[in-house]
Ligand binder design. Structure first.
Ligand SMILES: Nc1ncnc2c1ncn2[C@@H]1O[C@H](COP(=O)(O)OP(=O)(O)O)[C@@H](O)[C@H]1O
Ligand SMILES: [Mg+2]
Length: 260
């Protein structure tokens, strides 16, 4: 009997290790792509600033017959600038400014920010917050950015509207998770291994730049957490963020650890 238990435990550990290895390989690959992308973004940044600056001047100088054309140049150049900035964000992997925070609260705050767009897209939200969630040590703005990326993707995956299920949970290992599940079009199995790569997108020009999940992946990593996905074509998608619970360092006499 004891052997069976040990064997099971060993299998579990091996499967954990395998998962960790896959995650590590993915990070190394993403780091390489990130460096290349950052180099290109820097090169594009300066000429782009000139294009933007001069087209603004041009916009003021031309007559009404040409203003529309120049506006298109301006708008498109601004779009390129947004992409370049997103890319630099991804590559720089900005150091998070961490503070103790309540993940439920961060989720609610982000939802408030995005409420209008969700209503417009006819997306109904369903929330299940775990009230016993211990605090996390995070940069709230960066986690909000991750959530906004996930909400945007979910809304885009449900062009006819649909349901968005949000929930938080803490497991026995004091690991905190936040799930964002949609009832949208789902992800094709051949796309699934690529969705966290920068520039991977299945969307039309103007709809997506392929940076949202790459940036989110980097942010979760910088927080000692991770992001996982489960999805099937036509069955919706579920993204899960994992974060470690913040641990309070206190003296032994007054030891209020996690589960107090
Ligand atoms: N909730 C979702 N439902 C279906 N597909 C998704 C979802 N989230 C991400 N994807 C897929 O992953 C790709 C990459 O996502 P992302 O990095 O946010 O870039 P973008 O949204 O700009 O395309 C998307 O183009 C889409 O194919
Ligand atoms: Mg996106």
């Amino acid at each position: 009997m004891e052997n069976v238990r040990l064997y099971d435990e060993l299998q579990t550990q091996i499967s954990h290790l395998k998962k960790a290895q896959v995650q590590l390989e993915k990070s190394a690959r993403l780091a390489g792509i990130g460096q290349l992308a950052a180099g290109i973004a820097h090169e594009i940044n300066n000429p782009l600033a000139a294009i933007l600056g001069f087209s603004e001047l041009l916009h003021q100088a031309v007559g009404d017959d040409l203003k529309g054309d120049v506006e298109i140049i301006l708008k498109e150049a601004q779009r390129v600038r947004d992409i370049v900035h997103g890319l630099l964000d991804f590559a720089r992997q900005r150091e998070p400014h961490k503070e103790l925070a309540d993940l439920n609260q961060i989720m609610q705050d982000t939802l408030k920010l995005y409420r209008y767009q969700l209503n417009k897209a006819r997306v109904r939200t369903h929330e299940a917050c775990d009230p016993t969630l211990p605090p996390v040590e995070v940069d709230p703005n960066q986690i909000k950015q991750v959530l906004l990326n996930l909400f945007t993707n979910a809304a885009q995956a449900m062009p006819q509207g649909g349901n968005l299920y949000l929930s938080t949970h803490v497991n026995a290992h004091a690991e905190i998770s936040l799930t964002v599940r949609d009832t949208g079009m789902g992800i094709a199995p051949e796309h699934l291994p690529h969705i966290f790569e920068p520039f991977f997108t299945t969307k039309d020009v103007g709809q997506g730049s392929g940076l949202g999940l790459a940036i989110s992946f980097g942010i979760m990593q910088n927080h000692g957490g991770r992001i996982e996905v489960e999805s099937q074509s036509g069955q919706g998608s579920s993204f899960k963020l994992y974060l470690p619970a913040a641990i309070f360092i206190t003296d032994d006499s007054n030891n209020h650890a996690l589960n107090d």
